[in-house]
Design a protein around this ligand. Structure first.
Ligand code: 13P
Ligand code: SF4
Length: 366
């Protein structure tokens, strides 16, 4: 989304003044404000967050504070949308920089997903009730609404196996979007074979690039989407880390490709990654395949352990990084003046069915 430039008075502020003014604005807003911060945010943002977490925890945190007037979401657009869906109308969700999107979420849109549904149910002749759509939370609210209307659910990297197992109890096939890797890794965790049981749906090809027989046979129809950050991790990096640090534990996010997850020792959401390192023995070494702000913070918080990023070239999520402290300060100072900037408002009809899908996840995966 388009973000207008910051007012000029915010452009040249130094870090100390920015920090002090954020703290002052927070103090002025008191209990009317809750700031949520995703683990990939830079330290200069995380220090102001009332709650930090992965997508699953932050969705629950958003829903758990009905008394606050404002929820300022330091994360990316789909997270703020989910917070708006899960909160009552009297609460306003704010994304400090509207340009903080997610390139993976942008890889599936409603037109394409409706087209895929038509391809599967009409062209390939699969009964609609046999296909349960599951959308990763990294998706637009209108895709969550689609899923809610069709009897499916949302999932996050924390609960994908539970959500997909549930989906396969409701029908025979899962249409999983937009992240093919999380879908494939989850299917493998549940005992499915990627060659035999899964096909990839390319939204730019007729029938997603498949034959009707392949679509009828597959249990998993995986959308051809991926995360550009986690797509950077490779098996070669894991081999190099093991050579340089014998005994190292390799811990990756399940948005990484299957071969990377297979070559790792552990995989899970950002919250899982943090818990693993926290619980690890002093002196242990951890090579981590996820976004660099989180890895660097873990290294700083655990000086008794060796923690480093699998990708020696550094691996940032450029859209998460768009939540610069100046944007946070601007949004907060406008709230102090009584002005809401950058509200995230999901239209009522979308909100209803996206709410169905998100609530289903919270119930199924509680
Ligand atoms: P988590 O839910 O694990 O924090 O993942 C969110 C995300 O966007 C990872 O790339
Ligand atoms: Fe999206 Fe990847 Fe950034 Fe997560 S790390 S917000 S999936 S682009």
């Amino acid at each position: 989304m388009y973000q207008a430039p910051l007012p000029p008075e915010y452009a040249d502020l130094g870090p100390d003044e920015t920090r002090a003014r954020i703290q002052a604005a927070k103090a002025a807003l008191g209990d009317r404000l809750v700031i949520l911060g995703h683990h990939y945010q830079r330290d200069e943002i995380i220090e102001h967050a009332d709650f930090r977490g992965d997508s699953y925890k932050l969705a629950k945190d958003a829903a758990a504070h009905p008394d606050a007037d404002y929820i300022v979401f330091c994360g990316v657009h789909f997270m703020a949308e989910s917070a708006d869906v899960l909160t009552p109308d009297h609460q306003t969700v704010i994304l400090p920089n509207l340009a903080a999107g997610c390139s993976m979420a942008d890889m599936a849109n409603l037109f394409q997903v409706r087209n895929a549904w038509k391809g599967l149910t009409q062209d390939a002749g699969i009964a609609p009730e046999a296909i349960i759509p599951v959308t990763y939370i990294n998706s637009a609210a209108n895709l969550k609404a689609f899923v809610g209307e069709k009897g499916g659910t949302v999932c996050t990297s924390t609960n994908a196996p539970t959500a997909v197992r549930w989906a396969l109890e409701q029908g025979q096939k899962v249409l999983f979007f937009p992240d093919q890797h999380l879908g494939r890794n989850t299917g493998v965790k549940l005992g499915f074979d990627p060659e035999r049981d899964m096909v990839v749906w390319d939204p730019f090809k007729p029938l997603g690039g498949n034959t009707i027989e392949d679509l009828q046979r597959a249990t998993f129809i995986l959308w051809k989407g991926h995360c550009s950050v986690h797509g950077r991790f490779t098996v070669e990096q894991i081999e190099a880390a093991r050579l340089a640090h014998p005994g190292v534990n390799v811990l990756v996010h399940p948005e990484c490709p299957l071969e990377v997850v297979a070559a790792s020792d552990f995989n899970g959401s950002t919250e899982y990654i943090i818990k693993q390192v926290e619980a690890a023995a002093p002196g242990s070494a951890w090579a981590i395949g996820t976004e660099i702000n989180l890895v660097n913070r873990l290294a700083k918080e655990h000086p008794d352990k060796t923690v480093f990023c699998l990708d020696p070239q550094i691996c940032p999520c450029s859209t998460m990084y768009r939540i610069h402290p100046s944007f946070l300060l601007w949004a907060l100072e406008e709230l102090v003046k009584g002005n809401v900037v950058n509200p995230i408002v999901v239209p009522p009809k979308v909100k209803h069915f996206a709410g169905v899908a998100l609530s289903r996840m919270l119930t199924v995966c509680a």
